[in-house]
Design a protein. Structure first.
Length: 477
């Protein structure tokens, strides 16, 4: 009987109680916050890259799982130390931490602390990060950025900061970047993942991985059983139940790179994220004790349906009747379908000016952007698609990732986060297919802005099974 009971308790530990502290790889931590190395204040130690404005002395991160508030959470801890070599490196003292939020849940930044170290008359002087140097700004509808600036940075300063991020979103496991646009002396990342979670780990880049360790450990989970309250009114008392501690298998990973050269941008390249040495995590599925595997990754079919039903995407494409009279006049004036599409494109392009914001969801009703004569790229291009549909054309949205946002690999599991832009796809009666973007005053139908020329996009059709990948290469109408 003992084995079935232990299995049941292990399931209870995962699904319903207890505290867990995972054991990470036993290698010593590469950095101790608050204890800088005096040798790092000697400029002679930083002559390997004479062009470097700063050097990352150590960047160390750990992601693990913890259980509290009746649910599992991801806890990410980071310590970073940077040496400032030139005035152009002062901007390294401003740090941005993105935090995801959705509905009532949000990632939380805690234990934020930082110091600037300067050598003054042979004495090490440190200045503390103050609360007035911390700011909050909204980067997108689901991402808030916490920004902070370390004080009194000068040439030969060493800056150091540490923080913890607690996340309710198990799909948003912390990625890690080993390389930067300045040299990195040591970058290390550790991840401790209970066996119940299946993450796909995507490593990219050309720098050598000096440490790659993968072991199996345990995390001790304490299960509380029984207990509760007895009595009533002022005589109510809490009665403790029994507890059982159970080991749960954990997959432990440790990666590290040393002396990583600075990444240099090259002409005509896409985002550095496509080439820089990094590791990304994607949650593919989960499997609890004695339960079948449950895939949680999106499918293109599911994404397609969600977009079509989204109030700020597919639903807006049905709301363009306010342009009916103008569209009727344009259609009567132009003799060919291609000319009619060009006229509608010109109408939208002149009516709504691009405000510089790029996104794939509208900021509100398309009528509002039209009346205000100003809108985001999504406002403009969704209005273009809606107007083309109102005129009787087969027009549909194409999701894409701009060049500075990164390359989209069709072979990697479907993720909406890979996209940040939408353009129009028009199927003309003669069988020709063209792409259009109405944010640029000079570009005709059949040409996209340079920022959009990034390999492929995903055509979102009214019927999910008809959706497909299409090339973003320029064409003419």
């Amino acid at each position: 009987m003992i084995l079935p009971i232990l299995r049941r308790l292990a399931l209870l530990a995962v699904l319903g109680g207890g505290a867990a502290v995972p054991t990470l790889a036993q290698a010593p931590e590469p950095i101790k916050f608050g204890k800088p190395n005096l040798e790092d204040f000697n400029p002679k130690n930083f002559v390997a890259d004479s062009t470097a404005e700063a050097v990352v002395l150590c960047d160390y991160g750990v992601s693990r799982f913890a259980y509290y508030d009746d649910d599992f959470h991801i806890v990410f801890e980071r310590v970073t130390r940077i040496k400032i070599l030139k005035k152009s490196g002062y901007e390294r003292a401003t740090v941005k931490v993105p935090l995801y939020h959705k509905n009532a849940s949000e990632e939380k930044l805690t234990k934020l602390r930082g110091f600037t170290y300067n050598m003054v008359n042979g004495q090490l002087v440190k200045e503390k990060l103050e609360s007035e140097a911390m700011f909050r700004e909204e980067a997108s509808p689901n991402v808030t950025v916490r920004k902070f600036t370390l004080p009194n940075v000068r040439e030969n300063s060493v800056i150091e900061y540490a923080y913890t991020v607690s996340s309710d979103f198990t799909f948003n496991f912390q990625d890690w970047q080993f390389q930067d646009d300045i040299p990195v002396r040591w970058s290390e990342y550790r991840a401790s993942i209970p066996k119940y979670y299946d993450y796909k780990m995507l490593m990219q880049g050309y720098a050598n991985v000096d440490v790659s360790e993968h072991t199996t450990g345990t995390m001790q989970v304490t299960v509380q059983e029984g207990g509760g309250f007895v009595g009533s009114g002022f005589n109510t008392q809490r009665v403790s139940g029994s507890s059982t501690t159970i080991p749960v298998e954990v997959k432990e990973h440790r990666w590290a790179m040393k002396n990583v050269p600075a990444f240099r941008d090259e002409p005509f390249m896409t985002s550095s994220k496509d080439y820089i040495s990094r590791i990304d995590f994607e949650l593919a599925g989960m499997q609890w004790e004695n339960q079948p595997y449950r895939a949680v990754a999106n499918t293109w079919h599911k994404i397609n349906e969600e977009l079509i039903d989204n109030e700020n995407f597919g639903v807006q494409l049905k709301r363009c009747s306010f342009l009916k009279d103008q569209l009727t006049a344009l259609m009567a004036k132009e003799p060919t379908p291609a000319a009619q599409v060009a006229a509608i494109h010109s109408l939208v392009r002149k009516a709504v000016k691009h405000d510089g914001q790029n996104w794939m969801y509208s900021s509100g009703p398309l009528r509002k952007a039209y009346d205000q004569h100003r809108g985001s790229s999504a406002d403009i291009n969704l209005l273009l698609i809606a107007a083309l549909r109102e005129a009787g054309f087969q027009a549909n949205p194409v999701l894409l990732s701009t060049r500075d946002h990164g390359y989209v690999d069709p072979e990697i599991m479907p993720l909406l986060s890979r996209f940040n832009y939408v353009v129009a796809h028009i199927a003309l009666p003669d069988g020709q297919e063209v792409l259009a973007d109405a944010t640029d005053e000079l570009l005709p139908v059949g040409m996209l802005p340079t920022r959009c020329l990034n390999s492929v996009g995903r055509l979102i059709m009214p019927t999910a099974s008809a959706s497909r990948w299409i090339s973003l290469a320029p064409s003419t109408a």
